[in-house]
Design a protein around this ligand. Structure first.
Ligand code: CA
Length: 234
């Protein structure tokens, strides 16, 4: 799993430790020394997760988290708060503000990595490497393979890279309708400017790749709304 992580932390020592450890685990790291700088960075491409220090010069971590949660474009970014305090009241306040988790300094890199993994698994399952299986259709992010099963016979399906990402997203968010623009944000990235009909093109390619084992039936068009992956027909 490789994520883009925005670290908002003013202490250079901790910045370095985080940059090193996150980098070792394959993550891309962007560092902001204070909340104002982080807000500026968020106007560009959005990160997959924010590691946020509680005590920052200027705007506090809590106020920054509130701003993020109040912004339509940024509100779904998972936030893990880093805090030197272990006071129970502060933790509750942090979670109330919309942080997904918190970790108390000093923390072990191993603990931090497992918290990041857990938060991403919950909030962005398409970022993890867990195999997903729905109705005989199996996708393995590690080997980048998709298999469909018909009458106990497993058949490898051939998908292009975009169709693979699209299928991975839909399989990790089944039974929910996504509009074309939501799919563009989630699968193509929120700062990529492509036309909405591009989604239709890739949905068509995805369906035809899945036709071999009849799993194209899972990709449903919801008129006037968008697309949904569902094992339930109709
Ligand atoms: Ca600090």
């Amino acid at each position: 799993m490789s994520a883009t992580i925005l670290v908002v932390e003013d202490e250079p020592g901790i910045q370095e430790v985080l940059k090193f450890n996150l980098g070792q685990h394959g993550h891309d790291v962007i560092v902001a020394g204070d909340a104002e700088e982080a807000l500026t960075l968020l106007r560009g491409a959005l990160p997959d997760l924010i590691l946020l220090d509680w005590m920052l010069p200027g705007m506090t971590g809590i106020d920054f988290a509130r701003r993020v949660r109040a912004d339509a474009r940024q509100k779904n970014i998972p936030i893990i708060m880093l805090t030197a305090r272990s006071d129970e009241r502060d933790k509750v306040q942090g979670l109330d503000t919309g942080a997904d988790d918190y970790i108390t300094k000093p923390f072990s890199p191993r603990e931090l990595m497992s918290r990041i993994k857990a938060v991403l698994r919950r909030r962005a399952p398409q970022m993890t490497e867990d195999t997903v299986e729905i109705d005989g259709l199996k996708l393995d992010p590690l080997s980048h393979r998709v298999h469909g099963k018909i009458e106990d016979k497993s058949t490898a399906l051939d998908l292009g890279p975009t169709e693979f990402r699209l299928l991975h997203f839909l399989m990790t968010h089944p039974e929910r309708v996504y509009s074309r623009s939501q799919l563009l944000d989630q699968v193509w990235g929120d700062h990529v400017f492509v036309e909405e009909r591009t989604v239709d093109v890739h949905i068509r390619r995805l369906r035809s790749a899945l036709e071999v084992t009849g799993h194209d039936r899972l990709i449903q068009t919801v008129r006037g709304s968008g697309y949904r992956l569902s094992a339930i027909q109709g």
